[in-house]
Write a protein that binds this ligand. Structure first.
Ligand code: SAH
Length: 354
C-alpha cells in the first residue's frame, strides 16, 4: 500500500470518492497531513474515515533519530529514520531571508563521485514522494515545537542521492510541496542539484516547473571531470552545457554551478580561466548574457577519498580569475561546521557505529 503522504490533492480527492467520502474532506485531510498530523489527529476527519483510509493506504512520517544543532550558527541537522529503518539526512540552514532545508533524494547514491561521502556504500533505494515531502514536514513540525515562528521557506535538493536518478518521485514531490493547501513553497524557492544526468535535464526543462538548477561541475575539462565524476564518461562537459543552455531557454531560470575545490586537482588559476572560457563560450553569445553563478566549495575531506581542501589563497585566486572574465563567483559560507553538516557524513558516522 502507498503512504498517503505520496498523494497529490487530486489523487486524495479520487481516493475519498472511492471510499464514499465527500470531496471537500480531501482538502482538510491534505492540509492536516502536511502540517505533520497523522490521519487520526486531524480533528475534522472522523474515526470511520480514518479506518477506511487505513485499509487502502499507510501513513508514516520520517522520525528524527538524531537532531544536532550548531552552536555556531543554529544550523539543524536531522538524521531521519524511515519506515523500513533506513536513514537519510536533512539540514535546515538559517539565512537573513529565512530558513532553507536541504533534503536527501535517495538512500545512498550510485553516482560514484570520488570526493563524496554519500556514494561510498552505493544506492540502497529511491525515496518515495512521501519520504521526500516527509523530510520537510517532519523538520517543520520539529522546528515549530521549538519556536512557533520558525518557517521553512526554501528547499534545496542537495542532500544524499542524485535527484535526477529518482526523477518521477522528485517531480511528484515538487508538485506536492508546491500545492496550495499544503506547505506551498514556490518553485522559485526550490533548487535541484545534479551531477549531470543529461537526458533528465532535458526532461526537467519540459516539466514547466521553474525551479533553479544547480550543476555539480567541479572541472572544466573532460579528463579532470571524468577522473572525479564517473557520470562524465557518459555525458561530457560539452553535452552537459548544451543541456544547461536548453534548460535556460525553456525556463528562463538562472543556472548555478557548484565547483568543489580540491587541492592540486582542479584549483589552479589556469583551471579557473579554462572554466570561465568554457562557460562563456558555451552558454553566452554576443546577443545574450545568461546569468551564470559559480559556487566555490573547498572540498570537505572524506577519509576514503584522499583529497585535501584548497588553501584559502588558492580559493581567492580562483574566484578572482572567474570574476575577471565576467563570471560571478562566491565561496560557500560554511554552515554547521561543528555538527557534520555536509552531505552523507552523519549517516556514515551512524553506520560505522553499528
Ligand atoms: N547528487 C547531487 C546532489 C547531492 S551532492 C549532485 O551531485 O549535485 C550536493 C553537492 O555537494 C554537490 O555539488 C556535490 O558535488 C557536493 N559535494 C559532495 N561531497 C562533497 C565534499 N566532500 N566536499 C564538498 N562538496 C561536496
Amino acid at each position: 500500500m502507498e503512504n498517503i503522504l505520496s498523494l497529490l490533492p487530486e489523487e486524495l480527492e479520487a481516493l475519498m470518492a472511492q471510499i464514499g467520502e465527500p470531496k471537500y474532506r480531501a482538502r482538510q485531510l491534505f492540509s492536516g497531513l502536511h502540517k505533520g498530523l497523522a490521519p487520526e489527529e486531524i480533528t475534522n476527519v472522523g474515526k470511520k474515515t480514518v479506518a477506511k483510509l487505513s485499509e487502502v493506504t499507510t501513513y508514516h512520517l520520517p522520525t528524527p533519530r538524531r537532531r544536532l544543532v550548531s552552536a555556531i550558527d543554529g544550523t539543524i541537522k536531522y538524521l531521519f529514520e524511515l519506515a523500513d529503518g533506513n536513514c537519510v539526512e536533512a539540514v535546515v540552514m538559517h539565512y537573513k531571508h529565512g530558513s532553507t532545508i536541504c533534503i536527501s533524494s535517495q538512500v545512498g547514491c550510485r553516482m560514484g563521485c570520488k570526493f563524496c561521502a554519500s556514494t561510498i556504500g552505493g544506492r540502497v533505494r529511491d525515496l518515495t514522494p512521501a519520504e521526500l515531502i516527509g523530510q520537510v514536514i517532519a523538520a517543520q513540525k520539529d522546528m515549530s515545537a521549538h519556536d512557533p515562528d520558525a518557517r521553512i521557506g526554501g528547499i534545496v535538493m542537495m542532500g544524499i542521492g542524485e535527484p535526477l536518478d529518482n526523477f518521477d518521485n522528485v517531480i511528484k514531490f515538487l508538485k506536492l510541496v508546491n500545492a496550495e493547501d499544503g506547505i506551498c513553497i514556490g518553485y522559485r524557492h526550490i533548487s535541484l542539484s545534479t551531477c549531470g544526468i543529461v537526458d533528465k535535464i532535458y526532461e526537467l526543462a519540459k516539466q514547466d516547473l521553474p525551479i533553479t538548477l544547480s550543476i555539480s561541475l567541479h572541472a572544466p575539462d573532460d579528463t579532470t571531470r571524468s577522473s572525479i565524476m564517473p557520470i562524465n564518461q557518459k555525458w561530457g562537459v560539452d553535452a552537459l552545457l548544451s543541456a544547461c543552455k536548453d534548460y535556460f531557454a525553456a525556463t528562463g531560470r538562472r543556472i548555478s554551478f557548484e565547483y568543489t575545490l580540491i587541492r592540486g586537482k582542479n584549483d589552479s588559476v589556469a583551471s579557473a580561466e579554462q572554466l570561465a572560457s568554457v562557460l562563456n563560450s558555451r552558454l553566452r553569445s554576443r546577443s545574450e548574457t545568461m546569468p551564470i553563478h559559480v559556487n566555490l566549495i573547498p572540498v570537505n575531506p572524506v577519509e576514503e577519498s584522499g583529497f585535501d581542501r584548497s588553501e584559502d589563497k588558492a580559493v581567492k585566486a580562483f574566484a578572482a580569475a572567474l570574476e575577471k572574465k565576467g563570471i560571478r563567483a562566491t565561496v560557500r559560507r560554511k554552515l554547521g561546521a561543528d555538527i557534520n553538516a555536509s552531505c552523507g557524513q552523519l549517516r556514515r558516522a551512524e553506520q560505522n557505529k553499528t
